[in-house]
Design a protein around this ligand. Structure first.
Ligand code: NDP
Length: 252
């Protein structure tokens, strides 16, 4: 049996953007830790397929995290169907790579809505309920790019840098009401989002050379950090971003 400080069995968790990639791996980890987990995404069929491959008590909630009314209805529906949320992982996100001079207004708003506004919208809906109950854990999936930018991804870095500060602000507002908010900052992880980078041999080698761990991250590498931040072991950790990046932020 594990240490009681790490016991999160019986909790209910919502993971946004969990039809694939990092969100799906985090959902699996939370299920294996004994949580009831709600998968989220925009496509019902994709979510059903994802849920079918998971063990344990898994549910689905189809809503677009960028749309305020859908988020409000989605979170209310989850609490009604599944029960009070103990854990929220704000994971849904996207990448758009283009030189800043070529970046369109539409894309700017799209990436801001998906990576930043979503955490505000879903976080606010969850925190309304969590603060009323006096407990809850919110984990915002930030990024190595919360700390550093690279050519062609300035808007992404801006969203993730702002998400880091939103994490601290949420901690300041909701911490006094028993809701803990922290971030997890992945390094370069192999998923759909990074496929073009993985397929670019030169860039892929650069990642391996610049990462002290000497390799790309795998989605499973992020599970331990999220389980920790969701557990009583992290009860006095607030407003922090835990970088899980094979050491890359330390050397860049
Ligand atoms: P993927 O592109 O593989 O997955 C993104 C997920 O988000 C999908 O499940 C997608 O579901 C969902 N999603 C996107 N937009 C919305 C929306 N508007 N409403 C609801 N769900 C949405 O990305 P990753 O797994 O790689 O990334 C997950 C998170 O981790 C992101 O926040 C990303 O920025 C962050 N991250 C990733 C890194 C990496 O190297 N991969 C590094 C650092 C951070 P669907 O399309 O079915 O709606």
């Amino acid at each position: 049996m594990g240490h009681p400080l790490f016991d999160i069995s019986g909790r209910t968790a919502l993971v946004t953007g969990s039809s694939r990639g990092i969100g799906l791996a985090l959902a699996r980890g939370l299920l294996e830790a004994g949580c009831t987990v709600v998968l989220n995404g925009r496509d019902a069929d994709r979510l059903t397929l994802a849920a079918a491959g998971l063990p344990g008590d898994v549910r689905t909630a189809v809503f677009d995290v960028t749309d305020g009314p859908s988020v409000a209805a989605g979170v209310a529906d989850v609490e009604q169907r599944v029960g009070p949320l103990d854990i929220l992982v704000n994971n849904a996100g996207m990448q758009l790579r283009a030189p800043l001079l070529e970046f369109t207004d539409t894309d700017w708003h799209r990436i801001l809505d998906t990576n930043l506004t979503s955490a505000f919208l879903v976080g606010r809906e969850a925190a309304r309920r969590m603060t009323a109950r006096g407990h809850g854990k919110i984990i915002n999936i930030c990024s190595l790019q919360s700390e550093v930018a690279r050519p062609g991804i300035a808007p992404y870095a801006a969203t993730k840098g702002a998400l880091k500060m939103l994490t601290k602000g949420m901690c300041a507002d909701w911490g006094p009401h028993g809701v803990q908010v922290n971030g997890l900052g992945p390094g370069y992880i192999e998923t759909e989002l990074t496929r073009p980078l993985v397929e670019d041999e030169e860039f892929s080698d650069w990642v391996r050379r610049r990462t002290p761990a000497g390799r790309w991250g795998r989605t499973e590498d992020l599970v331990g950090g999220v389980l920790f931040l969701a557990s009583p072991a992290a009860d006095f950790v607030g407003g922090q971003v835990l970088y899980v990046d094979g050491g890359m932020t330390s050397v860049l």
